[in-house]
Design a protein around this ligand. Structure first.
Ligand SMILES: [Zn+2]
Length: 543
């Protein structure tokens, strides 16, 4: 049977009466009111009356009732699987004191079967009066039957109880590994249970890996969470083998989020053996990147700086373990780049960023001209002289505004006024011609894009102490922030031709927001909710 004219030309879905910001092209003057979708792509962008006429009897017509329609959010830096687990794990993010921390661990342990590992965490001692680091003594008596390993919010240190330390063989006699610190009691030299960066590896080695079924469940939880928040794409910077879990979920039609997956740089050969490169295709799950670490984190005082932390004499932080032995990271960056993989380097401190920029510069010079889109993840503290290098070298700054309003509560005294000049310097980076990609680093920060937008636009710290914005000259406008969260983050994963703006031919990844972000005071952005999320033409969330 020949299709009728109606079905032949009809579109699958049309959204009318929307306030559309296409974020396509340089200007934002274009304000169409309707978008039509055929299959998984946008077929038309225009006016409601004209596009409404494209509806056939099987077309779904969505009346946006004047609400804001944007490209779906693309979170340029997440730990998606971890996020899925965290949604069901012990979550200590809002534990406001050491006492509450102890009490909640004890409650959780009281319900856990004997012998079962207790993991999760998200604790942040910077929230506690006086900011004392937790020790195993705070949790040992309540957790005698369960090994415990609880990460700090930034994932760069974790607290183990005595049972877990025993299982991992971490004792007074254990030496600090390169790139890591076993925190010790000052008199006895006994481990306190707190392990920083590479010192956590001893625990990771004995922690039983989750089973495949548990991973599938966690990934389902993560993609549901993302759909509800309007996040249609994520870049999982340490996905590794989890990419297979995402593919399985996609094959079952259960994946609601596009995933760009990177491998740890130490396992780049595995990434290179896969024929996929970042430029390939518009599938739900893509791979082709690798990520390495140049240093630790600011909250764990392991971010690598030129000058010492002001509150810890002599401590300049640490080069990450992958920076050893000397020359190892350069060799890897060169090899990965030669293999056509995209290379991302984690760098927080100004020294780490300087080294990462140098590594990229050397690699580009030795391997020759090509569209490689090197990225620095976090790019958090920069010497003013290094900011223009992002633009000049074409290095993408993959940044997390929520970290700024979080760290802004306490990092001033740790860094001092000079270093604050290049701290979370989003506007300076843009001005220097850098491509800025926004993300959350979920689970380090919440996945909710509204919190990240508000942080970028207001820079109000979480403690409410900077109502005019912390380092306010680095605020982004809402439009800049939205671009960095959609088209620029698509660029950061070589996918700007596929997604990131509202234009015919782009994937139909769209969100309707229940409040007009351009009309409400910026400090109210966190109260906005996503009313509808569409990924590839499929409605995956509706309030
Ligand atoms: Zn991360």
């Amino acid at each position: 049977m020949r299709p009728s004219l109606d079905t032949q030309f009809a579109v699958d879905c049309v959204i009318i009466n929307a306030d559309i910001r296409t974020l396509a092209g340089a200007g934002s003057l274009q304000r169409p009111s309707a978008v039509a979708v055929r299959g998984n792509r946008i077929s038309h962008v225009g006016e409601s009356a004209a596009l409404g006429a494209l509806a056939g009897k099987n077309t779904r017509v969505i009346d946006a009732r004047g609400r804001l329609l944007l490209p779906g959010f693309n979170d340029a830096h997440v730990h998606f699987m971890e996020g899925g687990f965290a949604l069901a794990n012990l979550d200590l993010r809002d534990a406001a004191s050491p006492e509450e921390f102890t009490r909640r661990v004890a409650e959780w342990a009281g319900r856990a079967p004997s012998g079962r590992w207790i993991t999760g965490g998200g604790w942040d001692h910077e929230r506690w009066p006086g900011a004392p680091l937790p020790t195993r003594k705070m949790i040992d008596s309540a957790t005698a039957r369960n090994p415990v390993f609880l990460s700090r919010a930034d994932g760069h240190c974790a607290l183990a109880n005595s049972l877990a330390l025993n299982l991992a063989g971490v004792t007074r006699a254990s030496a600090d590994p390169p790139g890591g610190v076993i925190v010790r009691e000052p008199e006895s030299g006994e481990p306190t249970g707190l392990l920083k960066d590479a010192a956590m590896n001893a625990l990771w080695r004995v922690l039983p890996p989750p089973e495949r079924a548990e991973k599938l469940t966690a990934a389902r939880r993560a993609t549901d969470h993302a759909a509800r928040l309007g996040v249609t794409s994520v870049q999982d910077v340490l996905a590794g083998d989890d990419v297979e879990i995402y593919r399985a979920l996609a094959a079952a039609g259960e994946l609601k989020t596009r995933v760009y997956a990177m491998y740890p740089i130490a396992r780049w050969l595995q990434a290179a053996a896969n024929p996929e490169r970042p430029q390939s295709g518009g599938g739900l799950v893509r791979a082709g990147g690798v990520k390495g670490f140049c240093d630790g984190s600011l909250g764990s005082a392991t971010a690598w700086f030129f000058e010492p932390y002001l509150d810890e004499a002599g401590n300049r932080g640490l080069a990450g373990e992958e920076m050893f032995p000397e020359g190892a990271m350069l060799r890897r960056v060169l090899e990965c780049d030669r293999a056509g993989l995209q290379v991302a380097l984690h760098a927080i401190g100004d020294r780490a960023n300087f080294e990462a920029l140098d590594l990229f510069q050397t690699a580009a010079a030795r391997n020759g001209e090509r569209d490689r889109r090197f990225r620095i993840e976090h790019a958090q503290h920069l010497r003013p002289a290094d900011i223009p290098r992002f633009g000049r070298q074409g290095v993408i700054a993959s940044v997390q505004p929520y970290h700024a309003v979080d760290d802004g509560r306490w990092c001033g005294p740790r860094l001092g006024p000079e270093r604050l000049k290049g701290t979370y310097a989003f506007r300076s980076l843009l001005r220097a011609g850098a491509a800025l990609a926004l993300g959350t680093d979920w689970t380090v920060a919440p996945l909710d894009p509204m919190l990240t937008l508000a942080a970028a636009v207001t820079r109000r710290t979480l403690d409410g102490k900077n109502p005019g914005g912390w380092l306010p000259e680095e605020k982004l406008t809402l439009e800049e922030a939205l671009r960095a969260y959609t088209s620029s983050s698509a660029w950061a994963e070589f996918a700007e031709r596929e997604k990131g703006s509202i234009a015919p031919g782009q994937l139909a990844d769209l969100v309707i927001v229940d409040k007009n972000l351009f009309a409400i005071p910026p400090e109210e952005i966190p109260t906005a909710r996503v009313a509808l999320t569409m990924t590839g033409g499929r409605v995956v969330w509706e309030a």
